[in-house]
Ligand binder design. Structure first.
Ligand SMILES: Nc1nc2c(c(=O)[nH]1)N[C@H]1C(S)=C(S)[C@@H](COP(=O)(O)OP(=O)(O)OC[C@H]3O[C@@H](n4cnc5c(=O)[nH]c(N)nc54)[C@H](O)[C@@H]3O)O[C@H]1N2
Ligand SMILES: Nc1nc2c(c(=O)[nH]1)N[C@H]1C(S)=C(S)[C@@H](COP(=O)(O)OP(=O)(O)OC[C@H]3O[C@@H](n4cnc5c(=O)[nH]c(N)nc54)[C@H](O)[C@@H]3O)O[C@H]1N2
Ligand code: SF4
Ligand SMILES: [Mo]
Length: 683
């Protein structure tokens, strides 16, 4: 039996795994004990990688839809036909007619995102879309606006942790371990969440009205300034805009905060004092969760400013700067504006360089309207947008306008079923590549490893880079795709880090590639225009939005739209994670299905009583966009008036309820939470 150390590519945590291989077959997976992050542990779904790899739902061969039914074809036929179709479409509509989309696996899987972009851009199209346009880029951007770089939370060294809109027991278990260890050391923990999550037991739990977190943060700043608790030396030396902030937060009183957020004024004061008086305070927030609200970007700005005025930047236990891995950039420059450039200037124009991805909300919109130009070819890889893209109806409508839709995935997903061609990608255990690159960005630890091929690609599945390379050769773009093997590709990516594959192989469980330093501003300042932390951002104001963080109501709340809220009085949250599943994946693993057999909508007993509903009953959830049928889970662990529905279930697809036109006006993100809904008693 051979044991190969690599990483679990199922989610962004990239936990180290020991893969046991016998006669070319993966037989068992354990957590790598020496990996700094998971230390031998795996989450519930990571334990079932063998089942994932050998799932009966694997797509074995390239498939083509003929008269509504899939037929097996050869790879050669697939590449020839898709290549020819792309050239025909480019001739007819121009290069911009091509768009590529990668999902969350394109975040975990560096090569996937890189090759999707390389192909699109070599073809002449700027149109690359990924979860940066719906998920986590806002939190990074808001910190870049404030600090000129992206400092990462470091709860392992904190003595006060505000766990704010994040349930790491479900989504990031290594972070949950770090927080529990900090609490055991004596750190204070405050959990702010409309749902009473498991970590709420370990500290003070404070429910909050969904989408009002920026207000709470601003009211805490009000108290901190009023009571003179801010870090004077740090603020004076390293920030700009404090005077404006002082004036600005006067309106955000604890009493007003109580009205808006539901957090009692006395608690707002207490939280402000705890936060400011602790030596090392750290906001640990969700990855994307609070960004997917009407006020996503400004909420992030409020957190950044709160961390800054209390001097918790670049100091141990606060938000700290970590060296990031540097990989070869495969992008080919295209002189073209991103879709969303004019509509969401902060998202696209703030930085010195235009980001390489467009606004995801504009992708479906452009396909449907044909404006500003027709997009007729769409490739989806490492994603299942038919279930996961917010506003399924709009996504399905977009598909009708395409002349070519290709899905690249190891499985025959709900999305692949809708494609003209479904192409079998191999899983991350079947190819060599970059492993653990999100460690630095998610955990602030400069650690990396080589992802190793554990078994040969199953059936006719192929690594994603090879699929794009083959298509590139068919489209006359061969010069952009010179690589012949996984290892050549990996070597190319690692080159700027001066790491060879041999060196990486000598450290199979991973290695530290740099050293983290604190207080680096003492050496290099901050990378903003003013070289200081921008509490007030003049550039944001120039680009049309408030330069100081503000509160914006969710568009469909009782406050923002009382008429709408009369018909849809409950607040809908979608996509709270469960550890057993990731996105729409792993529903085909029987052991996990035994633990969580179906989707459940969490509602409080008060809400249940209002609609005469009992625990376990099937209910309808209705919005103007659609209705789903789902089992009710009546629980005290959620606020009254809030309905929480998971995402990724074909049987109860919450994205049928969302409206892609309801967005954060600053970032362009489609709102996935804080929308209005009503419960329907069935039968
Ligand atoms: N097991 C598993 N892990 C995953 C994923 C998965 O699908 N499954 N998905 C991955 C992906 S793509 C992402 S982006 C991340 C997401 O990770 P996160 O964004 O951190 O999501 P959660 O861990 O579900 O925690 C979000 C918490 O925010 C709370 N919340 C909702 N609305 C509000 C609000 O208005 N205010 C406050 N204060 N809290 C609120 C929810 O109740 C929930 O408990 O997880 C990644 N990890
Ligand atoms: N309503 C609502 N909708 C949401 C969310 C929400 O909270 N609420 N969350 C949103 C967020 S934050 C995100 S990031 C998205 C995630 O949305 P998706 O990325 O679409 O989520 P998954 O269902 O995990 O899809 C990943 C796909 O990649 C495939 N895959 C796995 N490994 C590989 C590989 O090695 N190669 C290739 N080519 N494919 C592979 C899997 O089979 C799976 O089909 O969902 C978004 N949708
Ligand atoms: S948290 Fe679970 S799914 Fe994610 S990398 Fe770790 S073991 Fe894999
Ligand atoms: Mo995400």
């Amino acid at each position: 039996m051979e044991i190969i150390k690599t990483d679990c590519g199922l989610c962004i945590n990239s936990c180290g795994i020991d893969a046991y291989v016998e006669n070319g077959r993966l037989v068992k997976v354990e957590g790598t004990k020496e990996n700094f992050l998971n230390k031998g542990e795996l989450c519930e779904k990571g334990k079932y990688l063998v089942e994932m790899v050998y799932s009966p739902a694997r797509l074995k061969y390239p498939m083509k839809k003929v008269n509504g039914r899939f037929q097996r074809i050869s790879w050669d036929q697939a590449f020839d036909e898709i290549g020819a179709k792309l050239l025909e479409l480019r001739e007819k509509y121009g290069a911009r007619t091509l768009a590529t989309w990668t999902g969350s696996v394109g975040v975990e899987h560096f090569e996937m995102a890189a090759f999707n972009q390389r192909f699109a851009k070599a073809f002449g199209s700027q149109n690359f879309f990924n979860p940066e346009g719906i998920c986590f880029r806002t939190r990074i951007l808001a910190r870049q606006i404030t600090f000129g770089r992206y400092p990462v939370e470091e709860p392992r060294n904190a003595d006060c942790i505000f766990l704010w809109g994040h349930n790491p027991d479900a989504s990031y278990f290594p972070q949950a371990n770090i927080i529990r260890e900090a609490v055991q050391r004596g750190a204070r923990l405050i959990v702010i969440d409309p749902r009473r999550i498991p970590l709420a037991k370990e500290g003070i739990y404070q429910p909050i009205r969904p989408g009002t977190d920026a207000f709470l943060a601003l009211a805490m700043m009000n108290v901190i300034i009023e009571e003179d608790l801010w870090d004077k030396e740090f603020v004076e030396k390293w920030t700009t805009g404090f005077d404006r902030l002082v004036e600005h937060v006067k309106a955000y009183t604890p009493e007003k905060a109580e009205e808006v957020t539901g957090v009692p004024a006395s608690e707002v004061r207490r939280f402000a004092r705890i936060f400011a008086n602790s030596e090392r305070s750290c906001i640990v927030e969700g990855v994307g969760h609070l960004n997917q609200y009407a006020n996503g970007l400004q909420t992030e700005r409020a957190f950044s400013v709160l961390m800054a005025i209390t001097g918790n930047i670049d100091r141990p236990g606060g938000w700290v700067t970590c060296p990031q891995p540097r990989f070869s950039d495969l992008r080919v420059p295209v002189e073209e504006k991103n879709l969303g450039y004019d509509e969401y200037p902060i998202f696209h124009q703030f930085g010195k360089r235009t980001p390489p991805y467009g606004s995801a909300s504009m992708m479906t919109e452009t396909i449907i309207t044909g404006k500003p130009y027709p997009i007729k070819a769409l490739f989806s890889s490492g994603s299942n947008p038919a279930l996961t893209f917010p506003d399924t109806n709009r996504f399905l409508e977009a598909l009708k306008h395409l002349e070519l839709f290709v899905s690249i995935d190891p499985q025959m997903t709900e999305t692949s079923q809708l494609a003209d061609y479904a192409l079998p990608a191999c899983t991350s255990l079947e190819e060599t590549g970059i492993g653990g690159f999100p460690y630095a960005i998610s955990y602030g630890v400069p650690y990396i490893l080589l992802r190793k091929k554990v078994i040969e690609p199953l059936y006719e599945s192929m690594p994603i880079w090879k699929i794009w390379s083959n298509l590139g050769h068919r489209c006359g773009l061969g010069e952009y795709f010179p690589w012949k093997t996984d290892e050549e590709v990996a070597e190319h990516f690692f080159a700027p880090m001066n790491l060879t594959l041999e060196q990486l192989k000598e450290h199979p469980a991973g290695l530290y590639f740099a050293e983290k330093e604190y207080e680096i501003y003492e050496k290099v300042g901050f990378a903003t225009d003013s070289k200081k932390i921008e509490l007030y951002s003049a550039r944001m104001e120039e680009l049309g939005h408030s330069g100081l963080p503000v509160h914006v109501e969710p568009q469909q709340s009782k406050v923002a739209d009382p008429i709408f809220a009369e018909q849809y009085p409950e607040t809908l949250l979608t996509g709270a994670r469960r550890v057993e599943y990731i996105g729409a994946q792993m529903r085909d693993v029987p052991a996990l299905r035994t633990i969580v057999p179906e989707a459940e909508a969490e509602i409080n007993p008060v809400t249940a009583k209002k609609y005469d509903i009992i625990d376990g009953e099937m209910i309808g959830i209705q919005t103007p966009r659609g209705r789903i049928k789902i089992k009710a889970k009546v629980t005290e662990d959620i606020m009254p008036g809030v309905v929480s529905v998971p995402h990724g279930w074909a049987t109860a697809n919450c994205n049928l309820l969302l409206d892609a036109r309801v967005r954060d006006e600053v970032s362009g993100y489609i709102t996935m939470r804080g929308n209005g809904c009503r419960i329907v008693k069935l039968g």
